[in-house]
Design a binder for this molecule. Structure first.
Ligand code: ATP
Ligand code: MG
Ligand code: MG
Ligand code: MG
Length: 565
């Protein structure tokens, strides 16, 4: 590919509304552009990375024996009513009516559709096990889309669903998926950990999440410093209880509230005092009726947020430090429109209880949602957990527990018969007896992987892709190509040679200053760079530099291809 015929859309300035480094760099390097909150266009360079991730996922899924299918994004409500999730899923499910007023949703996941397919197609245990997957757009109306494509409302997921005649067969496929996931994240060059996970609202018996370790991660994972034990915080907390726990995975749900027009009315309704003089605020009370308030100053710029104690603060833990405040506050800020249109007020009426409300507002007034604390406000629970488990013996008894932040990039579940039973997905067993199929489901956040890789691989100049994900493997930068015949000739010759050798090579033939080209290519993060200039060329040499090398080295022109391959 030649840059003159390609689309390079780099930016110098750090976008003000991008909080985490991956989001900043994806915008600056020209990988994505925002359409609306949680909705992004993948520009050519970004799409190239995404496709490379997809391909590795596809290859390892195929190697594991899974079979690729493609299911519709739009799904009829009847299937979700059968499984019970039409009621349970809450507002994250995007619902719509067709022109005949029939109800549909846009798939956040596909258990219902695949179960419907296989209950019609599979009649006998002899046809099982089956593991089917797709790589496809999912839609979730996240309450707080943020961090760019890390938590977006449309994203690419690889989702697989396995069907079995008995539990042993499920366990076998589950292990195969665990191995396939480890292969995928290893091939992608990521520092990851599989952790024991809470099964939450999807239900079922066994579950693991795969986390990429990164400080910007939204989950806290606990792992042993000297064994393979690793669990996400919800699970570790179950093992080392820190007070009363909220029911895991309680989905966000709308709560019928009276007509609340002002913050005062909300505060009154929730039995807390209103904070004053602020555009945006969070209120947390330790006990019912008791006031703890965080006042967030500034507009919707996260950088401007300051935490401020109001009188009567009872629980210093809730205040934590500014970083912790940002974490909770940030949760509300990704989706903030102009101030005054949407004001998040998070009210924690009882720290011991941790089951509360998020209040959203628009020009018509306020509405309340009950909160899934596991996902939406982990701060106080994590702080509690730190006190309880960091440094304690790990639950498997080997070594001490450490807590680090992780980004959930994969999740595998042994579902059992949760969906197949509700939807009557039955088959005949060896004795001709009707039995319910047993299921597993296995997700990977394909698009989220791209952001999490950048969280782990960047420096002050830009992205430092693991080679497997780099949009191009090598860039050739000719100096003064438009004037020097020798440079142009050498650049084109090497470009062809690398293409012939199967290298994904970019020729930067733009009429730009060398400094501009170098900065762009470092920002984009191309792992290998060859510079062709008159001076070195006089000695039949070209200049090579690895993306993270301090200095460049001279290579013989004729040996450049062999040396870099
Ligand atoms: P999270 O806890 O981050 O909300 P989840 O547990 O709701 O994720 P799953 O239902 O397990 O997500 O979906 C499988 C995978 O899809 C997740 O492990 C994650 O990598 C990815 N994923 C989920 N939600 C999003 C999103 N809004 N944007 C991008 N990727 C997502
Ligand atoms: Mg989620
Ligand atoms: Mg999760
Ligand atoms: Mg999950």
């Amino acid at each position: 590919m030649r840059t003159s015929q390609y689309f390079i859309a780099t930016q110098k300035e750090t976008p003000a509304d991008a909080e985490v480094i991956s989001h900043q760099l994806m915008l600056r390097a020209g990988l994505i552009r925002k359409l609306a909150a949680g909705l992004y266009t993948w520009l050519p360079l970004g799409l190239k990375v995404l496709r490379k991730v997809e391909q590795i996922v596809r290859e390892e899924m195929n190697n594991s024996g899974a079979i690729e299918v493609s299911m519709p994004v739009m799904q009829p409500a009847e299937l979700w009513q059968e499984s019970g999730r039409w009621e349970q899923y809450g507002p994250e499910l995007v619902r719509l009516l067709d022109r005949h007023q029939r109800e549909f949703c846009l798939g956040p996941t596909h258990e219902e559709v695949i179960t419907d397919l296989l209950r019609n197609e599979v009649k006998s245990y002899k046809q099982l096990p089956l593991n089917m997957y797709q790589i496809q757009t999912k839609v979730r109306d996240e309450i707080r889309p943020r961090f760019g494509i890390m938590r977006s409302r449309e994203f690419i997921m690889k989702d697989a669903y396995s069907f079995h005649a008995n539990q042993d067969s499920l366990a076998e496929t589950y292990q195969a998926m665990h191995r396939a996931y480890s292969n995928i994240f290893t091939r992608l060059g990521l520092d990851f950990r599989p952790v024991i996970a809470d099964t939450g609202s999807i239900g079922g018996s066994a579950s693991h999440e795969f986390h990429v370790l990164a400080n910007s991660g939204e989950d806290d994972i606990a792992f042993s410093d000297s064994s393979d034990y690793a669990a996400n915080v919800e699970m570790a907390e179950a093992i080392a209880p820190a007070g009363e726990r909220p029911a895991p995975g309680a989905a966000m749900s709308e709560v019928a509230t009276p007509d609340l027009k002002t913050i005062d009315e909300v505060a009154n309704y929730l039995n807390v005092a209103p904070a004053q003089t602020v555009k945006t605020l969070m209120v947390a009370g330790e006990n019912e009726g008791e006031l703890v308030a965080l006042v967030l100053r500034g507009d919707h710029q996260l950088n401007d947020i300051k935490a401020e104690k109001l009188e009567g603060i009872a629980n210093p833990l809730q205040m934590a430090d500014e970083a912790a405040v940002r974490k909770v506050a940030g949760a509300g800020f990704g989706s903030l429109g102009p101030v005054g249109l949407e004001v998040p007020v998070i009210v924690d009426r009882s720290a011991a209880h941790l089951a509360d409300f998020i209040c959203g507002a628009n020009k018509d007034g306020f509405h309340l949602k009950s909160v899934n604390w596991e996902r939406d406000c982990p701060l106080s629970r994590v702080e509690d957990l730190r006190n309880v488990v960091e440094g304690d013996p790990s639950p498997d008894g080997k070594g001490k527990l450490l807590i680090k932040r992780g980004i959930e990039v994969g999740h595998i579940f042994q579902l059992g018969t949760k969906y197949s039973e509700a939807m009557n997905a039955n088959i005949l067993d060896e004795n001709g007896k009707s039995i319910t199929m047993i299921m597993g489901c296995y997700g990977i956040g394909v698009s989220r992987i791209v952001a999490s890789a950048i969280e782990q691989n960047h420096d002050q100049h830009g992205i430092t892709w693991p080679i497997a994900m780099a949009p191009f493997e090598l860039v050739i930068v000719p100096l003064n190509m438009q004037k020097s015949e020798a440079v142009a000739q050498c650049a084109l010759e090497l470009y062809e040679a690398f293409r012939q050798a199967g290298v994904d090579v970019l020729l930067d033939d733009r009429n730009e200053r060398p400094g501009v080209k170098f900065a762009d290519m470092e920002l984009i993060g191309i792992p290998h760079r060859l510079v062709i200039g008159d001076r070195a060329l006089a000695d039949n040499q070209v200049e090579y530099k690895g993306r993270q090398d301090a200095d460049s080295v001279l290579l013989d022109r004729s040996e450049a291809v062999d040396n870099i391959l």
